[in-house]
Design a binder for this molecule. Structure first.
Ligand SMILES: *Cc1c(COP(=O)(O)O)cnc(C)c1O
Length: 435
């Protein structure tokens, strides 16, 4: 298969070499994606090959992304692959969360099990590999936290210099800590995500730095593997629904591309539907999808939510996400309280996730209540980030100290505050008897 870059809007003749350093179509300005001439080997053979690779000790076979490399063959040499054994994330049954949502059964694919604790690793392994292949020396991104943590790790592991721009004062400490620890040059800019993205695009072009935000089509290619691995784990039986949070909308674009290609190439025999959940204070895509049109996207200049990973007012990938949702998909939005309570329920399942991930369950509960998702349908929710990313939020929730973006007090509905006790056997014993 030959790989090339194509505009998602222009006609089939509008194609560019896979080694061009471009992030938008030079003709239309629209988003680019990676496409391939020809088809991969037959599904039956490839499914066997991928199963066998699970027993291999070869690093690229052990990667839950590169194991499926036949479906994104854009590199011309395996020596460019930079892997931290990303992917390989479990699908976990969550009974309590199913009950909470009103579903018979609910499973979570937990991307927080990735090497840096979020699904960004699935895409970053591909983006950084492409940077290496292009001979780039420096990579950059703006990030609400997880993209920078991931980029810093992958860049460090192959000797590239990482430059990170983050909104000052608006990032979970776990994520900032990771970027510093992985040695990235970290700039805290006094602006919001959308403003900094505009800035970093200019910086990248003028200074010859490779841009690794999700506008980079190679990140989307790597993230496709989330869908491929999910289907492999489900023995190639597509669920009725895949539900995930939406911020910049790269993830839904990637999973959508993934399942569409799997379907067209005969790996699965039906298409799952997608539901995207946004935080209410940061939901421009929800608003757009009420009456979608090519020119109708209105950005939110002041996005607000404690779920910082989805605090994005001007999502770059909305045209791709729109195409994925088509007529079958849904967008829902959830309040700060709904997200916080859903997060506590996911925690109580023994699973846990970061706030943005919990939008998945909060949205699901509303969609089931509204009859848009049926009780007996099969649903896989994507938990995008690890519970340890934002411990401050957890502590505040459980101790009744969590306040929303407007300073409003949020209820500790499922709170589980620590109890301070004296060093006294009798008092502690008494306390434990009561429960
Ligand atoms: C990046 C991120 C999101 C948002 O994903 P998009 O691709 O920007 O829509 C959600 N949750 C977590 C934990 C993230 O890191």
């Amino acid at each position: 298969m030959t790989a090339y870059l194509a505009s998602i809007e222009a006609g089939p003749d509008c194609r560019y070499p896979i080694t061009d350093v471009i992030y938008n179509c030079p003709q239309t300005g629209g988003l680019l994606e990676v496409r391939y001439d020809g088809a991969p080997s037959d599904p039956w053979t490839l499914k066997q090959v991928w199963r066998e690779r699970r027993m291999s000790n070869h690093p690229i076979d052990q990667s839950g992304v590169w194991r499926y490399r036949e479906l994104f063959p854009f590199l011309d040499h395996e020596r460019h692959i930079v892997t931290l054994r990303e992917g390989n994330t479990p699908i976990l049954d969550a009974c309590l969360a199913a009950q909470y949502a009103g579903l018979d059964r609910l499973r979570f694919k937990h991307q927080g099990f990735n090497p840096t604790g979020s699904f960004k690793d699935n895409g970053m392994t591909a983006g950084v590999s492409q940077a290496l292949r292009l001979g780039m020396k420096r990579v950059a991104c703006v990030s609400t936290g997880n993209t920078s943590a991931s980029m810093a790790a992958y860049a460090a592991s192959c000797g590239l210099e990482a430059i990170i721009l983050i909104p000052h004062g608006n990032i979970a400490f776990g994520k900032l800590g990771q970027a510093l620890d992985y040695g990235a040059k970290t700039l805290q800019v006094e602006a919001n995500f959308d403003q900094i993205l505009a800035l970093v695009r200019v910086l990248a072009e003028k200074l010859g730095i490779y841009l690794l935000n999700s506008v980079n089509p190679f990140r989307i290619e790597g993230q496709k593997a989330i869908a491929i691995e999910m289907m492999d784990q489900l023995d190639w039986e597509a669920p009725d629904w895949i539900v995930l949070p939406g911020g910049n909308l790269g993830n839904v674009s990637a999973l959508g591309k993934g399942v569409k290609e799997l379907y067209e190439q005969g790996f699965i025999n039906r298409l799952p539907k997608f539901a995207v959940v946004q935080a209410e204070g940061s939901s421009p895509f929800y608003d757009f999808m009420q009456a979608p049109s090519r020119t109708g996207f209105v950005a939110n200049p002041h996005p607000e939510t404690l779920a910082t990973a989805i605090k994005i007012g001007d999502p770059v990938s909305w045209p791709k996400a729109w195409a994925v949702l088509g007529t079958q998909g849904i967008v829902e939005k959830a309040t700060e309280q709904e997200i916080a309570d859903a997060k506590a329920i996911i925690g109580k399942c023994g699973i846990g996730c970061e706030p943005a991930s919990a939008a998945t369950l909060a949205g699901l509960k509303k969609l089931v209540a509204a009859g848009r998702i049926q009780k007996n349908e099969t649903v896989v929710g994507v938990l995008t980030g690890n519970v340890l990313k934002d411990p401050d939020y957890i502590y505040r929730y459980h101790t009744g100290q969590l306040t929303g973006p407007q300073g409003e007090k949020l209820a500790s509905t499922h709170g589980n505050a620590p109890i301070v006790v004296p060093n006294d056997f009798n008092q502690i014993a008494k306390l434990l008897e009561k429960t």
